[in-house]
Design a protein around this ligand. Structure first.
Ligand code: PLP
Length: 401
């Protein structure tokens, strides 16, 4: 009998962050007091005015199919957002809403990548980028964005990675998993390289736009260099900014032809994103934004707490990231040490296994994001839990000999 699964499935692996979450859930179900620092979602509740808009939408009977790319109200709210916050002018047929930024990115790659096309992905990267490229039969070209450069892609590295086969560069700022965010000057320097290579498209994944700290000023590449506007897909969503991960609405702005190609793919998979979630997202984008400052302040406090505690641990160093809700500590100083049970910690995977089993803290190894010797902590959890987690990690590291 022939195999059930298609060849294309053998190219991809399940999301490693979800594997850690599942492992932690298993231990929890067995009665263990596990602290999960693996999650990629804010712990705040969705604001009430957004929930109310959804309830009203149900009452008003907005329960039917909508146009594939989104309701006119949502598309207008997306255009207004891009103009207001990013200085980007998109016409109504230049934006699309999908089932999360994840679907928009997936469809964009599926719609544009041919077999053998290269997609440049700076590492550490969001776990889904390489697998999505592989799914689309493209070749992920992983280039290091190393710690010495603040985990940001250096212009010379980009220049070297570009070939005639390069189709896309994916730029994620602020970044998952490092929290690194590109300044205007850093984007300018990358734009200068990209201007020399007109065949390269740019996917700006700005999903963490609203989460940056210490007065960091967010910008996106199509805004920095208007000449790149015609070949940039600017991706964003309501998941992280408005704590709406479960509502599944992401969106993008870009050239009309590209948006229409993304829409064609979507029309044969999910059709429109959920009509109720679209109504809720209109309220999120058009409504008050003042709670964001409170959330940011709270995230900044937890980030500082984590960075400070981690840097006190012998064998760990940790940069202070500009944004998102992750830190990406360097644990190379711990490798080679031995656990109380006599196991040698040779890799960041072994370190994370040790943390989970002995300290009951779930975090994700750097190798999952394309850079070993590090691990990712999500601080999208309460200050009290963060303090407890840091105490556990500190003790577990002190126990390594
Ligand atoms: C960098 C990055 N991009 C995109 C997404 C997808 O977000 P969503 O599909 O919830 O809009 C995530 C979620 O974890 C992310 O971390």
């Amino acid at each position: 009998m022939s195999a059930l699964t298609a060849m294309r499935l053998s190219r991809v692996k399940p999301s490693p962050t979800l594997v850690v979450t599942a492992k932690a859930a298993e231990l929890k179900a067995a009665g263990k007091d596990v602290i999960g620092l693996g999650a990629g979602e804010p712990d705040f509740d969705t604001p009430d005015h957004i929930k109310e808009a959804a309830i009203q939408a149900i009452r008003d009977g907005k329960t039917k199919y909508t146009p594939v790319a989104g309701t006119p109200e949502l598309k207008k709210a997306i255009c207004d957002k891009f103009k207001r916050e990013n200085g980007l002018e998109y016409a109504i047929n230049q934006v699309i809403a999908g089932v999360g930024a994840k679907q928009v990115i997936f469809n964009a790659l599926l719609a544009t990548v041919n077999s053998g096309d290269e997609v440049i992905i700076p590492a550490p990267y969001w776990v889904s980028y390489p697998d999505m490229v592989l799914f689309a039969e493209g070749t992920p070209v992983i280039v290091p964005a190393s710690e010495k450069d603040g985990f940001k892609l250096a212009p010379a590295t980009l220049e070297k990675a570009i070939t005639p086969k390069t189709k896309w560069l994916i730029l994620n700022s602020p970044s998952n998993p490092t929290g690194a965010a590109y300044t205007k000057a850093e984007l300018r320097a990358l734009a200068d390289v990209l201007l020399k290579h007109p065949h390269v498209w740019i996917m700006a994944d700005d999903i963490y736009e609203h989460l940056s700290y210490d007065g960091f000023e967010f910008s996106t590449i199509a805004q920095i260099e208007p000449k790149l506007y015609e070949r940039t897909l600017t991706v964003n969503g309501v998941s992280k900014a408005y704590s709406m991960t479960g509502w599944r609405i992401g969106y993008a702005g870009g050239p009309k032809g590209l948006i229409s190609a993304i829409s064609d793919i979507q029309s044969h998979s999910t059709s429109n994103a959920c009509s109720i979630s679209q109504a809720a997202s209109v309220a999120a984008l058009n409504g008050p934004q003042d709670f964001l400052k409170e959330w940011r302040d709270s995230f900044a406090k937890r980030r500082n707490l984590a960075v400070e505690a981690l840097n006190k641990i012998d064998g760990i160093t940790c940069l202070t990231p500009e944004g998102a809700f992750y830190v990406f500590p360097n644990i190379k100083g711990l490798l080679g040490r031995t656990t109380p049970k006599g196991k040698k910690i040779e890799t960041c995977n072994a370190f994370c296994d040790y943390l989970l089993e002995e300290a009951l803290v779930a975090a994700v190894a750097g190798s999952a994001f394309g850079m070993g010797g590090y691990f990712r902590i999500s601080y999208a959890t309460s200050e009290k839990i963060m303090i407890d987690a840091m105490q556990r990690i500190t003790k577990a590291c002190a126990d390594l000999k």
